[in-house]
Each structure stands twice: as C-alpha cells, then as structure tokens.
Ligand binder design. Structure first.
Ligand code: OXT
Ligand code: ADP
Ligand code: MG
Length: 581
C-alpha cells in the first residue's frame, strides 16, 4: 500500500501492513514542507502522474502550452515572492524548451528551480537510445547557478533542500533538478521517508555588511557634490522597500530607477531622476549602485554616457565578484540590500547634510523640462495611433490603478512604455530584463496574476507577443485577470520595410498587415477588442480591468511610427555597404 507521508487515511487493514511511500509522494511532500505550493509546467512522460498527484495533494499546478512560458512564469514568481518558482518539464525536448527560461532567470538573478523528468541513467550513459535520451544534467550545468540529480528516493528531501538554498541564497538564480523517471516509482518505508525530508531553515540568510565597508561608503558619499543613487532590480527583489525609501529621502540624493526598479519610490517623486537620465549619468560625481550591475544597460560605467568628469562608484550587492566587474568600485559594500541600506541609514539618521541645492535643482529642472516636452505628445488622439498617444492613455490607467502589474516587451513598445508609464509601487513593472529577451510576456503575466491576485496589464509589441501568444488559452483556462494590449504596427520595429530585391516575399521585419490578434482571445472564450484611437484604447482597458475577464486588445499603431530597435538602435550593427548595392 503506497501512501503519501503527510496524508494519513489509514484503515484497519493498512495498519497491519508496513506503510510505504514512493518518489512521487516524497517529492510532493518535500515541496509542501518548504512552502512551495505552485508548479508551472507542461505534463507528459515521465511527470504526468506527478502533476496529477501534486494537484490532488493541494499544490496548484498551472499547465502551459509551452515550457518556455512555464519557465518564465516560475522565474518571475521567484522574483515576486523571494521563493524559488518551480517549473516542471518532461525529458529532453521539454527540458530544452524550459532551458531558455532557466538561463534567463540566472542572468536576471531570479530564483527558480527547473525540475525535469529524465530518461534512465544506465541507458543514457551508454547512449543506447532511450526514449527522449539526453544527458540533461550536463547540458543544464553551464546555464544555471547549480544543477543536481537525485537517484534514490531517500535523497529527494536533501536534493530539493540543496536546490532551494542554491536558488535563493547569495545572488539568486536558476537551479536545475534532474529526476530520472525511475526515481518516481521507487518505494520506501513511509516513516523513513518522512525523516528523510528537509525543511530548509533560513534559506537566504541575511548578509550583514562589514562596518568598515559601510563607513567607507558613507565617507565617499559625504564627499560628493553631485551624488546619485541607482536602484536596480536587486533592490526591488530584496523587498526592503521602506528602508530604500528612507535612505533616498533622508539623504536627499536623486535616484535613477532601472526598468524593473521603477516604483520602489514613485516615478513622480521629487527626487526621481528617471526623466533626467543622461544628465545625472554625465554630471554626477559619486554614484551609489544598489542592486544594479554596471552592464550594457548602464554603458558599463564608462564612455560617452558617463561624461568626462571623474566619477566614483559605491556598490551595494550581495555578490562580491560583481565589484570591479567593469570599472573600479571605490567603496564596495557586500551584503543583502536590506542589511546594507539599514546600516547606512543608521548613520544618516544620526545627522546628514543633503547634497548641494545647485545639484538637486539642476536635476529637477532637467526632469521638469523633459516631462513638459513629452506632455503634449501624450495627449494626441491620432488614428492610427502613434506610440505616444497610445501610451498616454495607458499611463493614465496605471496612475489610476497603481497596484496593477505591468508586463512589457517589444522594442519601441518597450522603450517608450518604460519612459512614459510612471510606476507608483514596487515590483509592479516586469519586463525583458538583462537580456532584452522577447517571449516573457504571457508567462510573466500568468504568474503575476497567480502569485499576487492583482490585475495584470501586459503591453506587448506584436512581434514580442508572438513568442508566447498561445498562452492566451492558458489565461482563459484559468480565467485570469489579464488584459493584453498588443501594439500592432504590422511588424518588428516597423511594418513599412520593403523587400529590397523586389521579390514577392515581404521584408524580414514585416508581418501580415491588419492582423486581428483580438480574435485569438475570442477563440478561447475571452474578450477581444480592436481599437484605433487612444480614447477607445482607454475605454477598452478600463472595461477589462473592471471586469477582470481575460481580454486582448488589438491596438492599431501606425506602421511607420517606430524606429529601428527602439532606443537601442546604436547596438544594432548596420551595413554601410548594403545600401550601395
Ligand atoms: O535624459 P534624456 O534627455 O536622454 O532622456 C531620457 C530620459 O531622461 C527621458 N525620460 C522621460 N522624459 C519625459 N518624461 C518621462 N517620464 C521620462 N522618462 C524618461 O527619456 C529619455 C530616454 O530614457 P531611457 O529610456 O531611460 O533612456 P535610454 O537612454 O533609452 O536608456 C538606455 C537603456 C539601455 C537603459 C534603455 O534603452 C533600456 O533599458 N533598453 C532595453 C532595451 C531592450 O532590452 N530591448 C529589447 C530587445 S530589442 C531586440 O533585440 C528585439 N528583438 C530581437 C529578439 C529578442 N530580443 N529576443 C529574442 C528571443 N529573439 C529576438 C525582437 C524580435 S525587439 C524584437 C521585437 C520588436 O518588435 P515588436 O513588434 O515587439 O515591438 P515594436 O518595436 O513596437 O514593433
Ligand atoms: P538592473 O538590470 O535592474 O540594473 P541587475 O539585474 O543588473 O539589475 O542587478 C541586480 C543585482 O542585484 C545583481 O548584481 C544581484 O547580485 C543583486 N542582488 C540581488 N538580490 C540582492 C539582494 N537581496 N541584496 C543585494 N543584492 C542583490
Ligand atoms: Mg511591432
């Protein structure tokens, strides 16, 4: 008689027998013991029964149409909750489909665990052609923070514990857990099984910064005439929202939020320098990075964007190896954001002189000028819409519904939305992150709705949406409060490119003109709306958010409105010779 070790429905007959458990039940019990109550995945051999049994045991099992989307859902669940998001895939092809999301999670420092069924070791290692044969552990290893395989049922508890710790401790990231099919069926004594499980205590221990490091950082900060704080998604992840707000306000230092750190303090905060980005990067003399890396998104901390004036960097990060990765960090503060910011605050609270008014005044002036320049563009009611008109409408909606979660991907659709739509609360903006990856849209939207219960507004380029579009069926199946707005400009960046050869194929960046993505949502019982003006867009989104019904709005955008690669055209090598041909 096989029994889950946590569900005891013993009958008199059972008592006479030895109580047994198996790999399926042990894995479920191990997840539950650690508060991991949601699985994102795609069923199939050898994990179909695992999903069924997990659901029967009270775990929420959200079934997707493609593993990449399930993986993205797990990754963003990890970002939102600080618990590793769980993605469950079948062997080889399913595993590979999930791998992009695992690698992306690792790159973005989101904690997730990709659990994949796999084929039998004996056959895989002899390369004898098993069903979906693949050495998955070896393939996953270079793409994630840690990878483990469990071969014996009694090691399931330890295996999951190692995976949880690896995912959330230190710099968070993706972890792979390989479970060969045979493991699930392995039977063992139920009591011994219970004992073998591990409840992970303090999975992400606080990392307290050294007092000398804190002092060094404050000394540098005090010496600044034009200080700047840059908040990154590590700061958002840390959930030290009150401390971060206090640090900014008590120090009086302007802050620049990276994309997913928007809303830690409202974008409308008087110290927000989001609308004065180039000025503060160029003119600041001391920059304190909090949970943000000096990677391509910050021009590696050097070059034209950072100006000629000498610059000193202070960096708060949990990962010691991040220091000096691109430029010298004169004051590294290694620790978790909450502990580091609290330590800084203690000193600042004891007495602090705000930065010179000349500096804060110059930042405010630049911000106000840029906001004023943008304002009239946002008020147009043109048809077909341009990005500014459409985003002006969405901006008002987010202002009125600050607790809604905004998911955003595309090129122009991403870059312009990032600047135009102000955010007011932490962790409400979820986007393409460090890799600029298309395809996060529906996975992020689904997990955001599931994990937070809040309404979700997904603003998607028509190309971006295509990478995960089939999941609108998933949104309808679970009846999630997700409103997808597709900025339909007939293609990638623009819908106006032509085939230079004159042949009958359209240009590589161009899609079917006049597509009606709204019909996709209708196909599964959701609401589809086609809109051609900002006013119509606003009405349709408000109706969707009020009703909470799955909705897809096809927003017709002028195909000529976008620019090549959005705002990162400078990164796109373009041939000078091609035009001469
Ligand atoms: O300070 P200044 O004066 O300079 O002004 C700045 C701000 O101060 C100001 N600002 C404001 N002014 C007024 N008011 C407000 N509120 C305000 N806020 C800001 O505005 C300017 C600009 O500010 P910003 O944006 O902060 O500054 P900047 O310099 O742009 O920032 C630099 C960056 C690097 C931080 C920023 O640009 C950024 O975060 N960029 C991220 C870009 C990114 O990741 N893009 C996605 C990838 S693009 C490409 O690769 C695509 N692909 C290929 C592909 C991908 N990615 N993935 C996969 C799996 N396969 C293929 C594809 C297929 S995009 C794409 C699809 C595109 O087509 P779609 O149809 O989906 O989309 P459309 O383009 O719409 O057609
Ligand atoms: P952004 O793209 O917003 O600039 P990045 O992803 O580049 O942000 O940087 C996030 C940084 O935050 C990473 O270097 C990571 O190590 C760090 N980090 C993540 N969580 C924490 C935490 N709890 N405390 C301190 N640093 C953290
Ligand atoms: Mg487009």
């Amino acid at each position: 008689m096989l029994k889950s070790v946590t569900t005891h429905e013993a009958t008199a007959a059972d008592d006479a027998e030895q109580e047994l458990t198996d790999g399926f039940n042990l894995m479920i019990d191990a997840l539950k013991l650690n508060g991991l109550d949601t699985i994102y995945g795609v069923p199939g051999i050898p994990i179909t029964d695992f999903g069924r049994m997990a659901q029967a045991a009270g775990i929420r099992v959200i079934s997707f149409r493609h593993e990449q989307n399930a993986g993205n859902a797990a990754a963003i669940a990890g970002f939102l909750t600080k618990k590793p998001g769980i993605c469950l895939t079948v062997s080889a092809p399913g595993f590979l489909n999930g791998l992009t999301a695992l690698a992306n999670a690792t790159t973005n420092c989101f904690p997730m665990i990709l659990i994949s069924g796999s084929s039998e070791r004996e056959i895989v290692d002899l390369q004898q052609g098993d069903y979906e044969e693949m050495d998955q552990l070896a393939i996953a290893k270079p793409l994630c923070k840690a990878a483990f395989r469990v071969l014996h049922a009694q090691d399931i508890g330890i295996g999951l514990a190692r995976a949880i710790r690896a995912a959330v401790s230190g710099r968070p990231g993706g972890v792979y857990l390989d479970l060969p099919g045979k493991l699930f069926g392995q039977v063992m004594d139920a009591q011994a099984g219970t004992k073998s499980l591990v409840k992970v205590i303090d999975a992400a221990p606080a990392q307290i910064p050294a007092p000398a490091a804190v002092k060094r950082a404050l000394d540098v900060l005090k010496s600044a005439k034009r200080p700047l704080i840059i908040l990154g998604k590590g700061a958002a992840y840390a959930q030290a929202d009150d401390e971060i707000r206090a640090l900014v306000e008590k120090s009086g230092i302007p802050f620049l939020p990276m994309s997913m750190a928007k809303g830690l303090l409202p974008d409308t905060h008087p110290l927000c320098a989001g609308a004065a980005r180039s000025t503060v990067l160029k003119d600041s003399d001391v920059v304190m990075l909090i949970g943000a890396r000096l990677n391509w998104l910050l021009s590696h901390g050097k070059g034209k964007s950072w100006g000629d004036a000498p610059k000193k960097f202070i960096q708060i990060d949990i990962e010691p190896k991040e220091m000096d990765s691109n430029v010298e960090i004169v004051a590294p503060v290694v620790g978790d954001v909450g502990s580091c910011v609290s330590a800084l605050l203690e000193v600042i609270n004891a007495g602090w002189s705000p930065p010179p008014a000349e500096w804060t005044g110059a930042v405010s002036k630049k911000r106000e000028d840029n906001v004023a320049k943008m304002a009239p563009k946002l008020m147009n009611n043109n048809s077909p819409m341009d990005y500014h008109g459409a985003l002006g409408a969405l901006r008002t909606i987010v202002k009125e519904r600050p607790d809604a979660i905004l998911v955003n991907e595309g090129a122009n659709t991403l870059d312009l939305a990032r600047g135009i739509i102000d955010m007011y609360q932490p962790r409400k903006r979820l986007d393409v992150g460090t890799w600029g990856v298309m395809g996060i849209g529906m996975g992020f939207a689904i997990a955001a709705a599931i994990e937070t219960g809040k309404p979700v507004l997904a603003v998607e380029g028509d190309s971006a949406f295509g990478f995960s579009g089939m999941e609108v069926e998933t949104i309808c199946r679970y009846n999630l409060p997700v409103c997808v707005v597709i900025f339909n400009n007939d293609g990638i960046y623009r819908g106006t490119d032509v085939n230079p050869s004159g042949g009958s194929d359209v240009a590589p960046t161009v899609f079917v003109k006049g597509s009606r993505y709204d019909k996709m949502m209708e196909a599964f019982g959701g609401v589809g709306v086609n809109v051609t003006t900002p006013d119509e867009l606003k009405r349709a989104v408000n109706a969707a958010m009020d009703s909470g019904k799955p909705t897809l709005i096809n927003a017709v955008i002028d195909p000529a409105a976008g620019s090549e690669s959005g705002r990162i055209g400078n990164l796109n090598p373009q041939s000078k010779l091609s035009k001469k041909k």
